[in-house]
Ligand binder design. Sequence first.
Ligand SMILES: *Cc1c(COP(=O)(O)O)cnc(C)c1O
Length: 393
Amino acid sequence: MKKDTMRFSSKLIHAGEHKDQYGSAIVPIYQTSTFAFDNAEQGARRFAGEESGYIYTRIGNPTIKALEKTVASLENGYDGIATSSGMGAVSTVYMALLSNGAHIVSHDAIYGPARGIIETIFPKFGVEATYIDASKIENIEKSIRPNTKMIYIETPANPTMDIIDIRATAEIAHKHGLPLVVDNTFCSPYLQRPLDLGADIVLHSMTKFINGHADVVGGIIVAKEKSYYDTLRSVMVNLGFNIDPHQAFLAHRGLKTLAVRIDRAQENAIKVADFLEKHPKVAWVKFPGLKSHQHYELGKKQMDGPGCMISFELKGGLTAGKVLMDNVEFALLAVSLGGVETLIQHPASMTHSKMSKENRFKAGITDGLVRYSVGIENIEDIIEDLEQALNKI
Ligand SMILES: *Cc1c(COP(=O)(O)O)cnc(C)c1O
């Protein structure tokens, strides 16, 4: 079967195909920092880009390339750029697209450090930002200025689960000649493909669903067009945000089961969200699969499923939330998400604690909001654990 006609679950296994002299079934770990040339002329040809082949692992490596090709194929992009972490991917995009005096328009509730570095590190390069509720599409166009260089969104957003209309945002971005960048970590390419909806660049923390086993930190960027790809790769290579071959191997191995992992975790999440919404101690639940979700219809339109992430607030606010987090025995009290294990965390004191209280409240991240990442364990065990901890409140 031709690679470009394969369907998603087949691409997971075969898109990063690799042939070596031994007929290895999977891509080996090329744990090498550098690659020898046959002669001086060949070295010169490789540096000049006249001959394909590897030079040095910061620039490229066969294990890393296989992973990049696979994710690019899943996202229907031109090519991928793997990075040392999700923040390495975010930083590469910012460094590539923002220059002195540039302005960025973004959603107010995005991954904490993705906003944090714009507000603490980038001002010294003269970069300005406007953070708005991008789920109200009219806010985006109002925020664009003559020096705006990029629109950056994350959907569903972290941790409010706001859903932003990718197609409509891309139309506004392109009307103003701007690239749209989407952090697709919460969905993975299995549930949402932003490039197909008009985005120019998509990025992931591979630490989450793509690797899925809580044993790797990594990131990846996929560009739709060669021109963005070339710029992004040059920034990544020269600033040294590259992933290590061993990390890349693990992420690629984890990726192969993405579809089966998400199918199972999502099936669990639907049941957990339903359980929480009916529970008398729960004030509200935000999960794209619930009809009560503020953007239920939009989620159904642009996502292939509601995903595995749930945010909720208890009627007893933060105090009750603490009792819950201290009493769950099964769910790990830990940040991160998208792994095979169920995790619970408290954004206001953990992932979003660096945000000012005012900005946090404006973004809808209340003191009592609890974020729950549903794993692939037995659903009865997951619910029994929540039930016994809720009973202690
Ligand atoms: C975790 C995460 C990141 C950052 O990724 P790291 O691998 O931790 O650097 C970026 N965006 C989202 C949505 C995330 O969940």
